[in-house]
Design a protein around this ligand. Structure first.
Ligand SMILES: NC(=O)C1=CN([C@@H]2O[C@H](COP(=O)(O)OP(=O)(O)OC[C@H]3O[C@@H](n4cnc5c(N)ncnc54)[C@H](OP(=O)(O)O)[C@@H]3O)[C@@H](O)[C@H]2O)C=CC1
Ligand SMILES: O=CC(=O)O
Length: 294
């Protein structure tokens, strides 16, 4: 199967590498073209523009940072719309909001193409291991045609119906995740300031009802103050912002998520946006320790 792949960041690189490893013929494009070199070493072809990828491939997958990147690759100069036509499919796996996905869907289908949104749950390591959870919505026929690619990139694919449902599901999941990492950060700092060993807290958590892979994986490096980016904090803050907007639309009160978003914004203002989202821990550590007397 031949596929195009747009966006070779942390996720896109790992996902397209998996496709190559499993025998797919892959044509890649990245805004910073030099990032294509490593994929070429593993057998990929390169195209100069998104339009050139679509011209060459029946199916094109995108994994881009945010709504503005997703829109510019479709609507911009040399973008997807210049070449999409009947018989070609476009699958956007970026995390965006439902409005962005719907705009892209309308434009692609107006040209006769097929569209599927398919954001993913899982980070750098699951992407490398082909263990993502894929949240697809849109054209069912396209979903069925690209299942062989999803099976290589992920461990489970959900088909969620109309365009927008994939985006919404992803935002709900990341809203929960972003709130959890904040509560976890506060717990680690509280343990330390209470004279407890935070690494013992990790062991206690891991044996109880709130044990989870995120605490298990991130806890030890957070305690060391190491936040090498797997999921960049700026993207987690984007997801909180988009989830809160979904909360506005649906009149859903989310005070916990709103507080978590403020913490991520604070982290960005401290220059931590390119680090892993676990760096929100540093904002809690940076808060002045209240005096014991007051
Ligand atoms: N990292 C993770 O753990 C996960 C991330 N996601 C989501 O996946 C998406 C990608 O994440 P990730 O790979 O981590 O992000 P990165 O920041 O590593 O990569 C972002 C990619 O988007 C490209 N890009 C940014 N702006 C534009 C633009 N205006 N036009 C064209 N290309 C652009 C970048 O190109 P360039 O190289 O030129 O900058 C790069 O290829 C995001 O939506 C994120 O929320 C979902 C699940 C997990
Ligand atoms: O979007 C991030 C993830 O870990 O999933």
């Amino acid at each position: 199967m031949e596929v195009g792949f747009l966006g070779l960041g942390i996720m896109g690189k790992a996902m397209s590498m998996n496709l190559l490893r499993h025998g797919f013929k892959v044509t890649v494009w990245n805004r910073t073209l030099s990032k294509c070199d490593e994929l070429v070493e593993h057998g990929a072809s390169v195209a100069e523009t998104p339009a050139a990828v679509v011209k060459k491939c029946k199916y094109t997958i995108a994994m881009l940072s945010d709504p503005s990147a997703a829109l510019s690759v479709v609507f911009g100069k040399d973008g997807i719309l210049e070449q999409i036509c009947a018989g070609k499919g476009y699958v956007d796996m970026s995390t965006v909001d439902a409005d962005t996905s719907s705009k892209i869907n309308e434009a692609i289908t107006a040209k006769g193409g097929y569209f599927l949104e398919a954001p993913v749950s899982g980070s750098k390591k699951p992407a490398e291991d082909g263990q993502l959870v894929i949240l697809a919505a849109g054209e069912k026929a396209l979903y069925e045609e690209v299942i062989p690619a999803f099976n290589v990139m992920g461990k489970k694919s959900f088909y969620l119906g109309q365009v927008g449902n994939g985006a919404k599901m992803k935002l709900v999941v990341n809203m929960i995740m972003g709130s959890m990492i904040n509560a976890f950060s506060e717990g680690l700092v509280l343990a330390g300031r209470s004279g407890l060993d935070p690494s013992v807290l990790l062991d206690v958590l891991d044996l109880g009802g709130i044990a989870n892979p995120m605490f298990r994986m991130k806890g030890p490096t957070m305690i060391q103050g190491s936040h090498s980016p797997a999921f960049p904090l700026k993207h987690q803050q984007k997801d909180m912002r988009l989830a809160l907007a979904l909360g506005d639309e649906t009149a859903t009160s989310m005070p916990v998520a709103a507080a978590a978003n403020e913490a991520f914004k604070k982290a960005r203002s401290m220059g931590l946006g390119d680090l892993d989202f676990s760096a929100v821990y540093e904002t809690v550590k940076a808060l002045e320790q209240p005096s014991q007397k007051s």
